[in-house]
Write a protein that binds this ligand. Structure first.
Ligand SMILES: [Zn+2]
Length: 268
């Protein structure tokens, strides 16, 4: 089966300079000091030469402490959760150890995909897309963690529910959430370009297809803020009819996930 590719025009218009430092509301690096974090980060001792610059970026900037502070304030954890950067596998959440694994290779891969697609030409742009995609990925794994820790009922594919939480948190709490989510969507589209033909395993995979995750993310971006994202209709990424339905779809998933988070906060 041949797949449809998203029009290139979207990639050209969607290259975003979203810096995480500027996008989180009201969080400073110092706020994490006073936070009794349930989520904390551990870096491996050794990284490959190509990985080190991206790991350094995560270590040196305020972005990661701010992101952790935001997550710890927003997401109630039942048990301590470790974000392990430099793991051998992943990105993944391991319920046996309560660890989220992000390999250094993943940070390199984000960079390479956007550079190869001519979507990140400066060091700043490469850092920005890395932080954006890392953020979406981390929030997706956070969803798996709280689903497991709190035994949250999932009425559908857990992978879709995890994408939904990542989109809701980004679109509701980040000042430049639209642009951040667009970079996350573009990562799915770039991953989709690896595949020319679909096989059975693509359809029985626990994840939706990359191209579906791309369009669903765009749908949520539009649904969260239609007036700011008319270009998605103009570029043909969403039809008028689909875009209309995205307002209801996003309203449903954002209301449901935020209600779940509220209920978990009240329980603690
Ligand atoms: Zn997942």
């Amino acid at each position: 089966m041949q797949k449809d590719k998203p029009p290139k025009t979207l990639f050209q218009t969607a290259l975003i300079q979203a810096t995480l430092v500027l996008t989180l509301w009201g969080y400073s690096a110092s706020s994490i000091e006073a936070n009794t974090s349930a989520l904390h980060v551990v870096f491996d001792d050794q990284f490959g030469v190509s990985e080190q610059p991206y790991v350094d970026r995560l270590k040196q900037e305020d972005a990661l402490p701010m992101l952790l502070a935001f997550i710890n304030d927003t997401v109630p954890f039942a048990q301590t959760l470790t974000l392990r950067i430099g793991a051998d596998d992943g990105p993944l959440f391991d319920p046996a150890t309560n660890e989220i694994w992000v390999p250094g290779e993943f940070l390199v891969e984000i960079n390479q995909r956007f550079v190869n697609a001519d979507l990140a030409n400066t060091k700043q742009e490469r850092n920005d897309v890395m932080l954006d995609v890392f953020t979406h990925t981390l929030l997706h794994e956070i969803a798996h963690a709280i689903i497991a820790q709190h035994n949250i009922p999932i009425l559908g594919k857990e992978e879709d529910a995890a994408d939904n939480l990542a989109n809701v948190l980004i679109l509701e709490y980040f000042e430049n959430g639209d642009s951040l989510a667009r970079n996350a969507a573009n990562m799915f589209a770039l991953e989709d370009e690896d595949t020319d033909t679909y096989y059975s395993e693509d359809f029985w995979d626990e994840h939706s297809l990359d191209i579906q995750r791309y369009f669903t993310t765009l749908c949520h971006i539009y649904g969260a803020q239609p007036e700011d994202n008319e270009d998605l209709i103009d570029a043909g990424e969403l039809s008028e009819e689909k875009a209309d339905s995205c307002i209801d779809e996003y309203g449903q998933i954002s209301s449901d996930w935020l209600s779940v988070l509220d209920a978990l906060h009240e329980r603690q």
